[in-house]
Design a binder for this molecule. Structure first.
Ligand code: UDP
Length: 246
């Protein structure tokens, strides 16, 4: 068995990963696919915490456009992440992975509340920890929740699993000449407004605290395992690297 590069990882899974081919909501089959990828790394004794998004159900900004007060809409978005968290917990348990779910919004009838030391202990005991409700406060997204939790849980890396295989200099869906980055310095990543890497607040937090970030495609089989063993997939963002195209 090859030595893994990372021992404890924070995996950010966007809500859309739970949607499969549907246009909205949760497809249990897609949740199972996500769960299987997590199981692959879990069986290699890598400690995993998952921050789950809610974009497949509700985003605060979209709610605001419909006329709902922003903070209220954001709380609705956080509740959406709890629904996804439960679906992911169900899927993980179906594939035989023990889990605990913790929420940044208190919901004692549904799951544990987020307690940093307890989350660490769960991982040490071989449980995958699902972290719902992001930071528990409005005006930010689960990306910020992911960088915050990656830092406080002392993870080696923040892995952002997306539908795109890496970070590009332009949207690859709209631009045929879009170029893929192999590495990206945090400074450049923050400067590149319009390139969807992560929220600026989340990126700034990673940069200020030296938390490396990997962006890669989740639905390519084996990708998460490859990322964890240090294979060059997706884009690596860090303070210590220079920006280079693939
Ligand atoms: N949200 C929030 N605070 C947080 C995390 C999430 O207010 O700390 C709300 C926000 O409205 C966001 C929604 O929850 O749009 C769903 O999360 P997100 O958009 O990050 O989901 P993803 O894009 O990852 O699926």
């Amino acid at each position: 068995m090859t030595e893994n590069r990372f021992k404890r990882v924070l995996l950010k899974v966007g809500g859309e990963s739970m949607m499969g081919k549907r246009e909205y909501g949760i497809d249990p089959q897609a949740a199972l696919e996500v769960a299987k990828q997590i199981k692959d790394v879990y069986t290699q004794h890598v400690q995993v915490a998952v921050v789950i998004g809610g974009g497949n159900i509700f985003r605060g900004l979209a709610g605001e456009k419909l006329g709902i007060e922003r903070a209220t809409a954001d709380y609705m978005g956080m509740l959406a992440t709890v629904m996804n968290g439960l679906a992911l917990q169900d899927a993980l348990e179906k594939v035989g992975v023990p889990t605990r779910m913790q929420s940044a919004l208190l919901m004692p009838a549904v799951c544990e509340s987020f307690i940093r030391r307890k989350a660490i202990r769960h991982m040490e005991k071989g449980r995958v920890v699902i972290l719902a409700a992001g930071t528990g406060v409005p005006y930010v997204t689960t990306d910020t929740g992911a960088s915050l939790h990656a830092l406080e849980l002392k993870c080696d890396v923040l892995m952002k699993a997306t539908k795109v295989d890496a970070i590009y200099d332009k949207d690859p869906a709209k631009n045929k000449d879009a170029r893929r980055f192999k590495t990206l310095s945090c400074k450049d990543a923050i400067k590149m407004a319009g390139v969807e890497v992560m929220d600026t607040a989340a990126l700034a937090m990673c940069s200020e605290n030296n938390m490396p970030l990997m962006v890669f495609e989740l639905f390519k089989e084996g990708n998460l395992t490859k990322a964890i063993s240090g294979e060059d997939i997706g884009t690596y963002v860090g303070n210590e690297v220079k920006t280079e195209y693939a």
